[in-house]
Design a protein. Structure first.
Lengths: 116, 115
């Protein structure tokens, strides 16, 4: 299996621009998570989906952030408009609940976002 | 929400020596799962070891083992025969069956391995 795939791996953009991060979970996994990691705040859960349905988006910082999962193999996290404080590493992770209650999350390599 | 605390922001260990990373958590539940993840400079999050709360036996994975103290709500990671490749950020994580598949992560411990 290729694991969780994220694109792009690096993104540099200017303040005010729209940014779209992409994620392909491991095939068959029914949970998908978006995290943000910064030095100041550590690893934060932004939103997660179960069977393509958003379950908890309480971690989404503000209306500038939105996430979608149109099908089981693809999800996007969009920031519009982007701000310098959005600079962080964004991780996508997936997991399979039917694998057992001890099933772990598998992380993608992350997208390093820099907003100038 | 559950909280996971890693009180050691940084740790260092001499190569080939043993080091223990601490993790405590706050929960009122009796059934849950605990994990240690490793994040090397590449930023990839890698599962190191996991423990089911209902199991009394501590989990081990080669040079990695845990000391799970359920009453004390403590879940420490012991790395034996430390290697240079063990240098990374280590995150402790908690998962409850009652919160779906959501994980709660600690703030991490940065481990340096001294040659």
């Amino acid at each position: 299996d290729a694991g969780v795939i994220q694109s792009p791996r690096h993104e540099v953009t200017e303040m005010g621009q729209e940014v779209t991060l992409r994620c392909k979970p491991i095939s068959g996994h029914d949970y998908l998570f978006w995290y943000r990691q910064t030095m100041m705040r550590g690893l934060e859960l932004l939103i997660y989906f179960n069977n393509n349905v958003p379950i908890d988006d309480s971690g989404m910082p503000e209306d500038r952030f939105s996430a979608k999962m149109p099908n089981a193999s693809f999800s996007t996290l969009k920031i519009q408009p982007s701000e310098p404080r959005d600079s962080a590493v964004y991780f996508c992770a997936s997991s399979l609940t039917s694998g057992g209650p001890q099933e772990t999350q598998y992380f993608g390599p992350g997208t390093r976002l820099l907003v100038l | 929400a559950q909280t996971v605390t890693q009180s050691q922001p940084e740790m260092s260990v001499q190569e080939a020596e043993t080091v223990t990373l601490s993790c405590t958590y706050d929960t009122s539940e009796s059934d849950y799962y605990l994990f240690w993840y490793k994040q090397p400079p590449s930023r990839q999050m890698i599962l190191v070891i996991r423990q089911e709360a209902y199991k009394q036996q501590n989990a081990t994975e080669n040079r990695f083992s845990v000391n799970f103290q359920k009453a004390a709500k403590s879940f420490s990671l012991k790395i034996s025969d430390s290697q240079l490749g063990d240098a990374a950020m280590y995150f402790c994580a908690y998962r409850s069956p009652n919160t779906g598949n959501q994980f709660y992560f600690g703030t991490g411990t940065s481990l340096t391995v001294i040659p």
